[in-house]
Write a protein of this length. Structure first.
Length: 620
């Protein structure tokens, strides 16, 4: 349903993702080699591949800035032009440990110590593994920009599992770029040293690089953190602790609209709404398994009357307890329960990112309890509702993944086959193309993940549908079957937005803050040209407000040109100029961001115009 060259790497459909991974991984090593040559005494940490490029973390005696990136790129091109070999070597733990200690590379040592005893340890060289051996001709010696490359100064290595290309010359010198420098705590732990992280990107061709850079430039303009501040939508107040979102009036208005739309859509689709607590006895999380498998992402428990209580990281166990409050008959199933439930998860400060990665967020959570033969119909219903909701918010292109049974899982072969077949049947009924991720399911059941494509071609993971065989077993969930025996219901987890916070961030970036009329926190602003007409403007605002429109009067007292300019900067969809002539004729001079000047309209005509555009989910 979606094809874009600049999707996340796991979404590439027509490009060789493995080749791109080798290119990017090799570029990361070439960059680290260049940095250590340019800034002696620099120590290397980790250098993984990302969805669109790579990065490396450094502990350098000098401050590396964006001004240094050009110099590092030039050094990288010299290494590439020299066409040095890239050689893999398997090593013994104690032998490589001695080398690392001798090099005084503490981060490499920590990485080595984290490699399990049973795993093979490998490193990759750029250049010859033996810098003292200058007799063999592993690579051509060249003169580039008065720099002579030989075996002695072309010896660099790092611990790495790969993969890489075979020679540095396989990297296109015009198809990579270094992007920016940032700070990053070692291992994402704020108690550990702050390192310098250099981000880069690499592609197969210069054309791909230029297209990516153009898209990146557009993405920076759409950054939800910048627009959130500019449009006064939300803030992250460090005085209250990082990763906690404060919704300002305009942002809160949009959130209210989203949530009311969500509730209405779910009620119309046969869901019942739940509200559940924010904390529970810690034993609940032990029963659910979250304490054992998710403990690192949970906040510390608190003591209440000598009992341990845990702030919730998930809503699922609360819905299970609600189900178990009474014994259900097969005739009652399916039960569809939905909740906008706020959860709290511990994220290291280095991992926090605006609205996209926070410590407190509201999931649009829902659980369906059904019979085995109802799975396919229920999944199809979820897909239909997901399509309706996402399309109403402007998302019509998706990448869909169906993840099947992993090697470690719970549940019988029969129930796994039944559930997986039901997911496929539902997707096939929709006529949607999907990618099968063999073995990529959760240990408790198969799942469908839906990534939405935004206005500039990026993919965002939002909707997920998961079948769960684990919680019904752990909580001994039952229903009375037609033969009066007690059986386990099937439990389906699903979310459409994922979380309100993250989805709002995606909306900001998708629309570049220029929301459609129905979502705009202020749909119309009245611009009085003088104090003489202010009372009339206020009366018009009250009249529009009674008709359900979000309208305000500019109270700045600025000249008309400045009022219009401010409305443009705030991306107000519609403005109406109110002067003496408009007051006398009981009308408005209306202009919109999309269509420009609409001319003079009566108050009723203005109301009809706005309401019609809202009903059609269009801009005017």
């Amino acid at each position: 349903m979606v094809s874009s060259l600049f999707q996340s790497q796991d979404g590439l459909q027509e490009k060789d993702a493995q080749k791109l991974e080798r290119i990017r991984h090799t570029c990361a090593h070439i960059m680290a080699m260049a940095v250590q040559k340019l800034f002696p005494g620099t120590k290397v940490a980790i250098g993984p591949v990302t969805n669109t490029g790579f990065y490396y973390d450094f502990d350098s005696p000098v401050s590396i800035t964006t001004d240094d990136l050009g110099k590092i790129e030039a050094q990288m091109r010299r290494i590439i032009k020299a066409n040095l070999p890239i050689i893999r070597e398997e090593v013994e733990r104690e032998e490589i440990k001695k080398e690392i200690v001798a090099l005084n590379e503490p981060y490499k040592l920590e990485i080595l110590e984290r490699i399990p005893a049973q795993e093979t340890i490998s490193r990759y060289f750029i250049g010859t593994p033996d810098p003292g051996n200058t007799e063999s001709s592993l690579f051509a010696v060249d003169n580039i920009n008065n720099t002579k490359y030989n075996k002695a100064d072309s010896h660099w290595w790092d611990l790495c599992a790969g993969p890489h290309v075979n020679f540095t010359g396989e990297i296109n010198k015009k198809a990579f770029a270094l992007l920016n420098v940032a700070g990053a705590y070692w291992q994402g732990d704020e108690t550990k040293p702050m390192l310098q992280r250099i981000y880069g990107t690499a592609w197969e061709t210069p054309e791909e690089l230029q297209a990516f850079l153009k898209q990146r430039e557009e993405a920076l303009k759409r950054d939800h953190r910048k627009l959130g501040q500019q449009l006064d939508l939300f803030s992250i107040q460090e005085d209250a602790g990082g990763g906690l979102v404060f919704w300002h009036p305009k942002g809160a208005t949009i959130r209210y609209i989203i949530e009311e739309y969500w509730r209405k859509s779910h009620i119309e689709s046969g869901y019942k709404l739940l509200y559940t607590p924010h904390i529970a006895n810690l034993d609940l999380w032990k029963t659910s398994g979250h304490y054992d498998f998710y403990n690192e992402s949970m906040f510390d428990s608190m003591e209440v009357e000598k009992q341990a209580y845990q702030i919730k990281p998930m809503n699922c166990p609360f819905h299970v307890l609600t189900y178990k409050n009474k014994l259900h008959s097969y005739r009652e199933l399916p039960l569809r329960w939905a909740e906008l439930g706020t959860v709290y998860r511990y994220e290291r400060s280095g991992a926090l990112h605006g609205l996209m990665r926070v410590r407190g967020f509201t999931q649009d959570d829902a659980h369906i309890f059904c019979l085995p033969n109802q799975i396919a119909d229920e999944i199809l219903g979820v897909l239909n509702l997901t399509e309706q909701i996402l399309s109403d918010f402007g998302f019509n292109n998706y990448e869909i993944n169906l993840s099947t049974r992993p090697s470690k899982s719970v549940g019988t072969d029969e129930v796994w086959e039944l559930a997986t077949a039901a997911l496929k049947e539902a997707l096939d009924s929709k006529g949607w193309n999907y990618i099968i991720d063999e073995g990529g399911g959760a240990f408790y059941g198969p799942k469908i993940d839906i990534k939405i494509q935004d206005a500039i071609g990026r993919l965002w993971q939002c909707s997920t549908i998961q079948v769960d065989f684990n919680l019904p077993e752990r909580f001994d969930m039952q229903y009375v079957a037609a033969d009066d025996t007690k059986k386990r219901p099937i439990m389906i987890h699903r979310a459409i937005f994922g979380s309100i916070e993250r989805f709002f961030g995606i909306l900001i970036e998708n629309y570049a803050g220029d929301f459609p009329l129905w979502l705009s926190p202020i749909q119309c602003r009245l611009l009085p040209v003088s104090d003489e007409v202010r009372e009339y403007a206020e009366s018009v605002a009250r009249e529009l407000h009674k008709e359900g429109l979000r309208v305000e009067v500019d109270g700045s007292g600025e000249r008309l040109g400045k009022q219009i300019r401010n409305a443009e900067l705030e991306k107000i969809p519609v403005v109406a100029v109110v002067g003496k002539r408009e007051m006398e004729n009981q009308n408005l001079s209306v202009r919109t961001r999309k269509a420009g000047d609409l001319g003079t309209l009566s108050i009723n005509e203005t109301i009809t115009c706005l309401q019609s555009a809202i009903a059609l989910n269009s801009n005017i």
